[in-house]
Design a protein around this ligand. Structure first.
Ligand SMILES: [Zn+2]
Ligand SMILES: [Zn+2]
Length: 281
């Protein structure tokens, strides 16, 4: 949440609610979305909970005199338990104290914001993370082309190649992970024009860019044909990075022939995307 609120637009939106809402709300704060979200923004922006504080260390007999007099430095910090309780309502995992997946949580939070902000007639500030991806499928037999658009707010990059690897690198550059994500691949699908299973050339591109791009790293690969979690660090060098290289021209291009019923390809793609999401959980 701290990273999310470090964006000025997100922070200003929720902080401004605090000023308007705080004195007029007659609901229980633990059950009020506006109270919870704006208190979190206020807590983070005010700096009230990041003040340096000192406390005398609890002494025990095993310590020498110097240790007994030691002072510990700490800060109160924010423990947004009531925020999480309210936001997590309705989700089996997030309303519990079990270990949770950060990516799944942020997606849940984004969906909540979308619903709750719309109910209040406000523009969800987290729209700055939204963008569209275009998947282009070309049948290698008849060369018919189908385009599938997907709205998302995260780019899921495999930190290292998904093929079986011998040595897991200590670090990988963001540009390599992007090249892999946007690289062509061959997949086998039903072609509505050939009315048969065919190899398709699949290419993924940005249809548009978000204001802020969230990159999620997938930390799995195969070693000796076994799925392995890797600790490879992602090295981010922005100097030569040009995302325009991964931008789509947008839909059917001159000379391309659209598949008669692209929807059939799309249905399969939907199923594939859903399966990918399930595999990540
Ligand atoms: Zn309230
Ligand atoms: Zn075909």
């Amino acid at each position: 949440m701290q990273v999310l609120f470090s964006n000025e637009r997100v922070m200003d939106h929720f902080y401004s609610i605090y000023e308007d809402h705080h004195n007029v709300c007659d609901k229980l704060a633990t059950e009020c979305y506006d109270c919870q979200i704006s208190k979190l923004a206020f807590g983070l922006k005010s700096g009230r909970y990041s003040q340096k504080k000192e406390c005398k260390r609890q002494a025990h007999d095993m310590q020498n005199e110097e240790e007994k007099d030691a002072i510990d430095i700490y800060q109160d910090g924010i423990k947004p338990q009531s925020f999480k309780n309210l936001i997590g309502k309705g989700h089996q995992e997030f309303s519990s104290a079990r270990q949770q997946d950060a990516q799944e949580f942020i997606q849940w939070v984004f969906d909540k914001f979308e619903t709750e902000e719309a109910k209040r007639g406000r523009v969800n500030p987290c729209k700055i993370y939204d963008f569209d991806i275009e998947h282009r499928y070309e049948c290698t037999q008849c060369h018919g082309v189908a385009y599938v658009k997907e709205r998302t707010n995260q780019l899921n990059l495999h930190i290292i190649a998904q093929e079986n690897v011998d040595v897991i690198p200590e670090e990988e550059e963001l540009s390599n992970a992007l090249e892999r994500y946007f690289g062509d691949e061959i997949i086998n699908k039903n072609c509505p024009q050939c009315t048969d299973k065919q190899d398709f050339n699949k290419r993924t591109r940005f249809l548009n860019f978000p204001k802020v791009l969230i990159v999620v790293t997938q930390r799995f690969t195969y070693q000796n044909w076994t799925p392995t979690k890797v600790n490879t660090a992602l090295k981010v060098i922005l100097d030569d990075l040009n995302l325009e290289n991964f931008k789509a021209a947008g839909g059917l291009q001159p000379g391309e022939v659209g598949l008669p019923d692209g929807s059939e390809v799309e249905v399969e793609v939907e199923a594939e995307i859903n399966q990918d999401l399930l595999n990540m959980c």
